[in-house]
Structures are given as C-alpha cells and as structure tokens.
Write a new protein. Sequence first.
Length: 527
Amino acid sequence: MSLPRARAKIHPIIIVPAITATGLTDWYPSIPAGVWSASKLAFSDYARMMLYPSLPAPVAGSVSAGVYYEADQPSLIRPSQSMGIIYDDLVADLRHNLSYDDVPVQPVYTFAYDWRQDNFMTIKRLASFIDEVIERTRLMPREAGAVEGEVCDAVDLVGHSMGGCVIAGCLAAGLVGEGAHCKVRRVVTLGTPFRGATAALTKLATGLGTLTGRGAKERERAAARVTPSVYQLLPTFGGAIADEMRGAAPGGPGLTADELFAVVSTQPAIISTLASALQIHDPSGELSLDGAAARVKAARTIGELLRSAKAFQSLVNSVDPLILRWPSSCDDRHASTPGGWLAIVGAGEKTQISARLAREGSEPPSLDFSGGTCGEGWDGLSQFTGDETVPMAGAIPPWRESWRHTIVLQRSDFAWLGEMGDGFLADQLGFHSALPLLNLAQRWIVNFLRPHWSSAPGVHQHGKLWARHAPDYWDSPDGESVLLHLQSLASTRARNELLAESVRSLAQEFIPGVVVETPPNGWPALR
C-alpha cells in the first residue's frame, strides 16, 4: 500500500500542554506506577512526586545539571503523556482539518514534559523535541521535485497556559533560531500567563486556587512550595498585589515584581515548609539535627527559586513575534507576512485578580486573598476580568501593540445551540482548562495555521469565527476611532456590526481573507 505523498512543505504541529496537564509515572518499580494522571487527580501521590528543594551536586559534565529530583529516592519519575481529556479532541481536529491537498497527512504531536521542573530546563527539551519532529517529518513521503529543499524546515506551536510561556521562553532564548532560519513558523497560545497569575501565589500560600484546575487540595501546598515552575508563574502585572500601607486598592499600582519576590522570600510558612523538607530528606542527615541550619538553607533555597523565576519571566517578557520564521527571499522581516502569533485570551469568569499585602507590627507582611476577585461577565473595555485562572492583565502578550495578535473569547460565545456542548465542558472543567476543547477556539487555530491562507485568500474558511478585541486595542489610534464611532450609533445592531467589522480588519493581519461574524449572543455593552 503506497502512502500519500506531500507536494508542499509540511509544518508539523506541536502542542505544549499546561502545568499539571502531563501525566507523571514512576518507572523505578518493576511495574511502573502512575503518580499523576487525569483519572487519579483526587488520589495523586503528592508526597511521592514532591521534589527535593535543592539541586543535587552535579556529576562533572552532566547533561542533567539543573534538574530537580524527587525527595524520596530511589525513584525514576518521568512524564508519560498529555491529558487526553484536554487535548485529544484538539489533536484529532488539527489532524483531520489540516490534512488536505498538497499536505495529505498533517503531523500533530504533543510535547509531554515534567511540568514540575525549572522551565529553563523545559525550554531546552522543547528545542530538542522540535529538532526531532523536523527530522522525523523529513522521512515522510513526498513527490520527487515537488518541494524545493527539505520537505520540513519549521514547525507550528500551540501552547496552553504555561505551555505558552515555555514556547515564549524557548523562542526568546534563541534556541530555535530566528527570522529566515527560525525553526518555528507560527504560534498559537491559549490562556497563557505571560505576566503570571495570582492563582500561583494562592497555590504557594494555601495549596488551593485554580492553578492546577478545579478541586485543588490543601495537601498540594507543600508540593507546590518546592516546585520551581510554580514560582515562575507568580503575578508580575500591575496591581496584582495591593499594599495596604500605600492605600492601594485591588487593581491599583501595587507591588513591583522585585517587591513581590521579596515578600514571598520572607513568608514564614513557605520557609518552614522548605526547612522541614530539607530536614526530613537531607541526604547527609546533618540538617535533621539542626533546625536553625535548615532554616538558613531554606532561605537560601527560596532565594535561588525566586532568582530563577525572575530570570524566566524576564525572558518570556522579552519575546517578539518577529523572531518567527519569515521567507528566506525577504530581506526585511517587517515586510514579511505579519501576525505569526495568535494569542487567545479568556474573559468573563470569576477570577482571583489580586491579593492584598497585610502588615502587622514588626512581623513579615502576610498575603490576604479576600477581595480582589472579579465577578462574571465583562464590559469589553476593562482588564479586570479573567478566564477563572489567569487574569486578563497577566494573559495579554508582553510585546508592543500586542492587541494586533490577540482575540478574546468568553463563555457567552457558547450560548447558542451549536456551541452548547462547549458551554457544558467549560462548566465542568473550568473555562481556562477547557479552552483547547472549545470548537470556536479550534476553528480559530485551524484557520490560523492553514498554509493556503497567506497565498490564496479564496480558500474556503473553516467554519464561522467571532471574537472580541483585547482591552489595550481601545488605547490605540485604531481603537479610539472605532470607540468614537460607536458612541455616535444609536442602533445596537449597527454597533454590533461595527464591532464585528473592526475585529475582521484586525484579524486580516494574521488570517488574510478571514470573515468574522457577530457573536450569536451579541457584543457586550461598552461603557
């Protein structure tokens, strides 16, 4: 049986899952044992998967330097597979809808990774996986002479939640090249906390919150406090932490990133957890008898975790879509096809936006999570909203004029009959977790990644599309003009048509020829 042969470049797709969305298996027992999986979340073995807070002494020349290992040894915990309940439908949809014409078989991979690790290690592993996928794709059959050069020289990436941060860090670090030599062509991120999420702070403080999905347990707290990636998701957007000494209200200026990291480094409960872990699991046994020494090492350890967190967030926030692959025949990347990055942001969900720094006497300041939560619904203008886990202020991409690359979806987009199943999924899993499952999000991804769009706008669009602007759009000259026009229209229908047209014009930059509909439930009333 002959396999179908490609007649054009193949761009395999790699999906990078969210934090906790990859299963973990201990391969040390003769019968491997799952310690984290979608089917066993309520019974996950947190003690078994808990990392030792400090890096081990490295072997000279080790390629594993910088990897954290489990506190309980011997063990051999490795990532197994991405959680199918979240990603299987997206994988199937991309394989089905992007396998056609000159690319009869569209490869789609998931990048299973150990989400507990420092993301500086994860971005290196993603870069290596990209190389592997490109090399594997070059073995796929193609028609002789139909493709100039190699059949595959770049991939497309889809990142969900922290997976988008991993993609941004990998690109910003220069691990996959840039411009005409970049190994990444297009990127889609869904609900990515570029500037962090208050839920990460809640997880460190209480073990609760929505960072790891609904149904969080307090027993997750100790494991979270020794997990490097959780620190790398701390909220650094403006107003994430209000300081009562400054009279700052939730959503106000709040603490700077440096001030936030300083506060976290002095939280007695976090230091106590690290000190306890060091005492219990210290290989030498010396710290088990010296509580003061354990606390000193704990303070040093949290300093190391926070320094890495700050460095990784700085790396993520330096990413620029112009890094992405552009035609080798083009001398100016600014003249190449724009909009190589599509950020899908969720809104309208009850979300912890900010916390309050409470001070009492000479004691270290504590974190108060009462208040600072937005309600359901969204006015279309404010950033005081979120997708249940990531505040919009943390999800807006960090580069200049990122509104050109961003669309906003909310639960009311799935209120009509054809999308009611998606509304049910969002209700059960939470809107943030369900983003990759939603048909509307999948249609945006399929249309964005279709290779024919940039050269032949007449190709049929895949399904109906609608979305909303990111709030920073209204601060741009284009947005100010649209807002002024809206205020002059008395008819709701006319306002909705104008909003749909303005989103369509914006989307033309990254999907030429796209048609954007008015959402079935209409647009939110703008103030």
